[in-house]
Design a binder for this molecule. Structure first.
Ligand SMILES: C[S@@+](CC[C@H](N)C(=O)[O-])C[C@H]1O[C@@H](n2cnc3c(N)ncnc32)[C@H](O)[C@@H]1O
Length: 242
């Protein structure tokens, strides 16, 4: 019988924030297929998973997915598409051999995760009879809100989540139309964000949460202090207008 493909959210970093369900699937699956943003194969999601569940005796595969912008509705960059297709091919091989495969992904799979692209590619290349199960996780959004002690939305407020790496025009628009904005992928564009928030008089409403839930978590209440600093990829900005 063909195996099942599981995409599991492993949470924002602290292994204790992984769900029991995710941990049980990791324990059960013989093949772990982990995404890596780096060519050396280092996988942050794998590291979190291994913080809770032993990988001894498992087949551990890491796959490099280049960190390039993906515009939905447009053709993906060929290098990115190639990485999705290669991943789908390897995963299909294991599923056809009867093995369940687990794909651990940072935070929650529903939020800017490669996991969904891999699912789409699997179905496109290997057919819709592939059994896929998605297991939600604790997102960095909730973890950052908890770390900063800031609610995301109360009452009738609106919340928008956006990657900070796209055009300024979109960021200006979401800031105008929401009560709280969560900016993700901020680590390389801090100067741009601070300039925009200064222009809109919102810099003092922003909090930067670096490595939420981890031992070295840092809360920047004055985000101007982070400009020019080597802040970690695990960094999120919350802008609460109220
Ligand atoms: C590709 S997105 C993945 C989001 C993930 N699926 C989630 O639900 O949290 C990566 C971004 O998540 C945010 N992030 C991930 N882990 C984080 C952490 N521990 N603390 C703060 N932000 C984090 C950062 O903005 C980072 O650039």
């Amino acid at each position: 019988m063909q195996g099942t493909f599981y995409v599991i959210g492993v949470g924002p970093g602290d292994p204790e924030l992984m769900t029991l369900k995710a941990a049980r699937i990791l324990e059960r699956c013989p093949v772990w297929f982990a995404p890596s943003a780096f060519k050396n194969g280092e996988s942050m999601a794998l590291k979190i998973a291994e913080g809770e569940v032993s990988s001894r005796g498992k087949t551990i595969l890491t796959h490099h997915f280049p960190m390039k912008q993906v515009h939905r509705g447009r053709e993906p960059d060929p290098e990115v598409d190639g990485a999705w297709r290669e991943a789908a091919e390897i995963i299909t091989g294991h599923l056809k051999a009867g093995n369940d495969v687990v794909f651990p992904t940072l935070g929650d799979p529903a939020i800017y995760s490669t996991g969904f692209y891999v699912c789409e590619t699997l179905q496109k290349c290997s057919g819709t009879d592939i059994v896929i199960k998605i297991i939600p996780g604790v997102s960095a959004i909730g973890a950052s809100s908890a770390a900063a002690g800031l609610p995301l939305c109360l009452g009738d407020e609106r919340l928008i989540v956006i990657p900070a790496t796209f055009e300024n025009g979109r960021m200006r628009e979401v800031l105008a139309h929401s009560d709280t904005v969560v900016f993700m992928k901020v680590h390389k564009v801090m100067d741009k964000i601070v300039r925009l928030l200064d222009e809109l008089n919102l810099t003092d409403n922003a909090v930067l949460v670096e490595r939420s839930s981890l031992g070295d978590q840092k809360i920047w209440r004055n985000i101007r202090d982070a400009v020019g600093k080597d802040i970690h990829y695990f960094s999120t900005i919350l802008v609460r207008k109220q």
